[in-house]
Design a protein around this ligand. Structure first.
Ligand code: URA
Length: 263
């Protein structure tokens, strides 16, 4: 395959995804014409509108991470990952293959995505969101103008519940301190919570995903955007529009180019 064919295939994939997500017009950024379409850094603009919570401007987000250099963050995260791997506080340890601490950009990335728990593929590979739902998440990340390496991807539970059942409340309670530690170290500029389980666990709310998806809230001063889980979007396509709208609010808040918005 020539380099041009690969580039054109990438552009077609990107346009098809935006169409799937409900866009009716597409502006092609020159960056897209490069095989690895990285986001074009843009100055921070005013935060997106929200009926529930105005996220603080990115500059105002507290920078109270205990580790502030890349090396210190790496060391702190590795230490947390080692404790995750050794943890036997719940029964999930006995049946899992590998722990899945999460992966990606740990230096205050624009976005940290948080899902529920590893599935079959994640358990085999030790990586978050690498199965079918992960493939859709990868596309959504690309539609935002990022790669998976630009963001951090993690879960509430770090071990796979057998048969992909939802994690039990006590399993989530045992595992949540690890995620809270990771957020403190990584200090993402925004958090996207994927699905009801992640929303309820991190925000300690009973509110269902349908009620609060697409509305800003916050966790420890970090703007949080709750939306649907990619597995749900695979089963119920019409919800992709709502999820995409939520992700566009995140881009607007970060001052990034928002697809479908005239300059
Ligand atoms: N579903 C999740 O919530 N997390 C994963 O890592 C994979 C599937």
């Amino acid at each position: 395959m020539s380099a041009w064919t690969a580039i054109i295939d990438d552009v077609i994939d990107h346009v098809n995804l935006l169409k799937e997500l409900g866009e009716r017009s597409v502006e092609l950024d020159p960056a897209l014409m490069r095989a690895s379409a990285k986001p074009v850094p843009a100055p921070v603009s005013s935060p997106a509108q929200s009926s529930v919570f105005q996220p603080p401007s990115p500059a105002a987000a507290p920078a109270s991470s205990p580790a502030t250099t890349p090396e210190a963050r790496r060391a702190a995260l590795d230490e947390t990952s080692a404790r995750i791997d050794a943890c036997d506080a719940c029964a999930l340890r006995q049946q899992r293959t590998r722990s899945v601490p999460g992966q990606g950009n740990f230096n205050s990335p624009d976005v940290m995505f948080i899902g529920e728990a590893p599935g079959y593929e994640e358990d085999k590979q030790g990586l978050a969101f690498v199965g079918a739902a992960g493939q859709l998440l990868t596309k959504m990340i690309a539609a935002m103008g990022y790669t998976r390496d630009d963001v951090f991807i993690a879960n509430i539970c770090k071990c796979r519940p057998p048969g992909n059942r939802a994690p039990l409340p006590e399993e989530m309670q045992k595992c949540l301190p690890f995620l809270r530690e990771q957020i403190k170290i990584i200090r993402p500029k925004t958090i996207v919570l994927l699905g009801g389980t992640a929303i309820k666990a991190l925000l300690e709310t009973q509110a269902g995903v349908n009620r609060i998806q697409g509305q800003w809230t916050q966790y420890e001063g970090i703007p949080v955007m709750p939306t649907f889980h990619p597995s749900y979007l695979l089963r119920f396509e019409p919800a992709k529009h709502d999820a995409w709208r939520a992700l566009k609010l995140v881009l607007a808040h970060l001052g990034k180019p928002v697809p479908g918005t005239a300059k």
